[in-house]
Design a protein around this ligand. Structure first.
Ligand code: ARG
Length: 574
């Protein structure tokens, strides 16, 4: 345990409790005047009266801080300022350095977590919204798995519903071989749009499509075979995108809408038995509490349409019930764009009212904003069609390759290709994950591939530079060197940043705000840069040299681990 904030909290909490008579959160935070400070004495006055400086003094008297702090001061109206002892920092760093997991233990209470993400629609191009979902969802999976949770990926593929009538008819029109060809080269949009055009223009095609939906839903074997072919080809294409992206999603993670078909009827029955269903204009609806329209009128979630069909909401109700009852998940995450916030909120509320979703289980919408082009509008190609994801990613890699070739012409071709991929894909992912996910962001190759600022290449380069220190010095990272000695302010600042990793990870595991992890890594790389400017490493001698090598090694490992949790690779040279 090397989480400084938590360590200080545990030392101060009993002292506060003794003084206040009740538990008190010491409210530890980083300080400009010392390393950390606690402001809790000020708020306590309202509860127990007296003078906050006296309260602070009584707390400090009782708190066991000698082995951790070099200086404990009461300042201003009653702040407790805490300056850590250099040898305590050294001891903690040694603990972290000796640990594969850099001091972050697996969680004590592991949970089963479902992560609903990526979820493109079959026989349609993935759009940038699906890219965001894939990038964020994958980071969620990596982080929570690493924390020790049982994580179940659920790629909620859009593979069912009325469009498949027209898609199967179009497939029959052009022939299976031609369809397979179009889909396998990833021309999903052309295929979809051709079907759509016919549907809009040709009444007999429309009629055929409607009959085909009925056949599909009634389980007609010939129709199912053609439908399956569409699904298989689409899945192959999506898997190629995941592969290029280095996402952990595989063929076994597809669990699309069609899987819930035979559960829809029973969802309706169960909701009806619970008295939650009401007729509204011929449709069967739930009116979940808390959702009202402009006039305060309750809003319906349509479970069964007036024509007897089931829609998106019915499938999501079956899905949440399945995840709770069959998968026994207690944390259900939905990595879906913000426009679906109300839909998901209504599904969650319905699940609560049905008694399916009850503590400790909870559902969370991990919402995100849009990806914009330089014109500030949703990113599209010049022709106005949505951007093809493979092209977008390939472009990032080829630009990275040009940059790497210029920066480091000595790299052999294979290494350069691998580095370009790590940098190009890393840049795309990092640009996404380093912005507060509820905000929109502008997709800008120049900025995301810049070696300056809060970007993947900057962090990757910082780590590669550390690798080169070890290469140049011909030294191995000192893994059992004991506690490093810290003398320079830049060393202390770096140490404090390194020791903040555990607490940061605990926080991000809860709020899944990956921009905080990004900000942390950026802060770490910056602290390292200042340290490296002021403190010679290879030219230093003896204990100082070893200590600085320990700091270098820990920085490199923390960057690698942190980037890895974001799904970003760390090349050893760039
Ligand atoms: N396929 C949907 C879309 O493209 C996203 C599905 C999200 N997940 C869910 N359980 N509704 O918008």
């Amino acid at each position: 345990m090397a989480d400084l904030e938590e360590l200080l909290r545990r030392r101060l909490a009993p002292a506060f409790e003794a003084v206040a008579g009740d538990p008190v959160d010491p409210a530890i935070r980083r300080s400009q005047h010392a390393d950390y400070q606690s402001d809790a004495a000020l708020a306590l006055v309202r509860r127990i009266g007296g003078n906050p400086r006296d309260i602070a003094a009584r707390v400090v008297e009782r708190a066991e801080l000698d082995d951790l702090c070099a200086k404990v001061e009461i300042s201003g109206p009653g702040f407790i300022n805490l300056t850590l002892a250099d040898d305590a920092l050294g001891r903690l760093l040694a603990e972290v350095a000796a640990d594969e997991r850099l001091g972050v233990r697996p969680v004590e209470a592991a949970e089963t977590v479902t992560v609903d993400y990526s979820a493109p629609n079959a026989a349609k191009e993935m759009h940038v919204g699906h890219l965001r979902s894939t990038i964020i969802g994958d980071a969620v999976v990596r982080l929570l798995q690493w924390r020790g949770h049982t994580v179940i990926r659920q790629n909620h593929l859009g593979d069912w519903g009325t469009p498949f009538g027209m898609l199967v008819e179009h497939l029959l029109d052009i022939g299976e071989a031609e369809a397979a060809h179009e889909l396998s080269v990833g021309d999903l949009n052309a295929f979809y749009q051709a079907a759509r055009r016919k549907f809009d223009a040709d009444e007999s095609f429309q009629e055929r499509s409607r009959r085909r939906v009925v056949l599909l839903q009634s389980g007609d074997e010939a129709t199912l075979r053609l439908w399956q072919m569409l699904i298989n080809e689409s899945q192959k294409y999506f898997l190629a995108v995941y592969d290029l992206l280095g996402a952990t999603l595989g063929p076994d993670d597809f669990f699309g809408e069609s899987h819930y078909n035979d559960q829809l009827e029973s969802v309706v029955d169960e909701l009806a038995d619970l008295g939650l269903l009401r007729d509204s204009e011929g449709a069967k609806c739930v009116f979940p509490a808390g959702y009202t329209g402009r006039e305060g009128d309750p809003l319906p979630l349509i479970v069964r349409k007036s024509d007897g069909g089931f829609g998106y909401a019915a499938t999501d109700l079956a899905t949440i019930r399945h995840r709770l009852r069959k998968l026994h998940a207690t944390r259900l995450l939905y990595v879906v764009g913000l426009p679906q916030q109300m839909h998901l909120g209504m599904v969650f509320q319905t699940a609560r009212e049905a008694g399916w979703l009850a503590p400790p289980a909870r559902a969370e919408h991990i919402g995100f904003g849009s990806v914009l082009g330089s014109d500030g509008k949703i990113l599209r190609t010049r022709a106005g069609a949505s951007v093809k994801l493979v092209d977008l990613l390939a472009e990032a890699v080829s630009r990275a390759s040009a940059i790497i070739a210029e920066k480091n012409p000595d790299l052999d071709a294979d290494t350069r290709a691998a580095v370009a991929r790590a940098v190009g894909i890393g840049a795309v992912k990092y640009a996404d994950l380093s912005t507060d996910r509820v905000k929109d962001y502008v997709f800008d190759y120049d900025r995301m591939l810049s070696f300056d600022g809060n970007t993947a290449p900057y962090l990757q380069y910082a780590r590669a530079r550390i690798c080169s220190i070890f290469r140049r010095g011909g030294v191995e990272p000192p893994r059992d060197a004991g506690a490093p000695v810290l003398a320079e302010p830049a060393e202390r600042a770096l140490a404090l940043q390194l020791l903040g990793f555990e607490g940061l990870i605990a926080e991000v595991s809860q709020n899944l705000e990956f921009h905080r992890l990004a900000q942390y890594l950026y802060g770490l790389a910056s602290a390292f840069t200042s340290f490296y400017e002021k403190c010679p490493v290879l030219q230093a001698e003896g204990e100082v040299r070893t200590s600085r090598l320990v700091l270098c090694d820990l920085t490199a490992r923390t960057l690698e681990l942190g980037l890895g949790l974001l799904g970003i690779e760390s090349p050893d040279q760039m």
